[in-house]
Ligand binder design. Structure first.
Ligand code: PXP
Length: 246
């Protein structure tokens, strides 16, 4: 069964729009995570960015205490955040690139270009009992590099697919790219997650990509929640994921 990881960063973005610098505020991303689990989410994803623009340190430690599924901690490969991950002990860390000026994570991690640093971070996290995933573009050279780090998972960046949606030809090309990457990763013994820009419109075609374990979805779930509520929104996504052939 294809699993759903709900990314709650966007709940924190809304809170920070009004309560930046304050000890408390609504909506609470931890309460959203608990509600997401009750609605059937298989995991919770949170990205503690270096600039703390949405999720805060206190959120991730409260999440660790509160959630009953899996905590996927998205993070840049930098010493400060690695130290926090080692104290937090999430179930899995997803290593992502981070630029201060970007609106959201824009491209995949350049594992091939920074293999030693990624391998060192991966080993430190794994030695602490934390699984590691690398957020990469569906690029075979990046997957080969990912295999050299020893990471157990990759998360395939689906942003280019999502952006190609309005051209049938382009979107089919991007699906083929994702499928080839998933097959290649599977051949390397790496488990495959996917995420970024997924929504109820583009999700069904993703069923053509084999070997997927989990999808991480945030923005579109929170957007849909504005109209139907968080739990109904999550159930809609779970329904759209049903029947995934694997
Ligand atoms: N996966 C990763 C690694 C991400 O950085 C993001 C964006 O926060 C997502 C998944 C979720 O993307 P979206 O919010 O577009 O669903």
């Amino acid at each position: 069964m294809l699993k759903l990881g709900v990314n709650i960063d966007h709940v924190a973005t809304l809170r920070q729009a009004r309560y930046r610098g304050m000890d408390d505020g609504e909506p609470d991303p931890v309460a959203a995570a608990i509600a997401a689990e009750e609605a059937g989410a298989h995991g919770i994803t949170a990205h503690l960015r270096e600039d703390r623009r949405h999720i805060l340190d206190r959120d991730v430690f409260r999440l660790r205490e509160a959630i009953r599924t899996r905590l996927n901690f998205e993070m840049a490969v930098v010493p400060e955040i690695i130290d926090i991950a080692l104290r937090l002990r999430p179930d899995i860390c997803c290593l992502v690139p981070e630029k201060r000026t970007e609106v959201t994570t824009e491209g995949g991690l350049d594992v091939a270009g920074a293999c030693d640093a990624v391998r060192d971070a991966t080993r430190r996290l794994q030695d602490a009992g934390i699984e590691v995933s690398l957020f990469v573009d569906p690029d075979l050279a990046q997957l080969d590099a990912a295999a050299r780090t020893g990471a157990q998972f990759v998360e395939l960046h689906t942003g280019a697919y999502a952006e190609a949606w309005h051209s049938k030809r382009e979107r089919n090309l991007q699906i083929e790219r994702l499928a080839a990457a998933a097959r290649h990763a599977k051949g390397l013994g790496i488990r495959v997650n996917a995420g970024h820009g997924l929504n109820l419109q583009n999700l069904p075609l993703l069923h053509l990509v084999p070997h997927l374990v989990e999808l991480n979805i945030g923005h579109s779930i929170v957007s849909r929640a504005v109209f139907v509520g968080l739990q109904p929104a999550i159930r809609e996504f779970l329904a759209a994921m049903q029947g995934y052939p694997g």
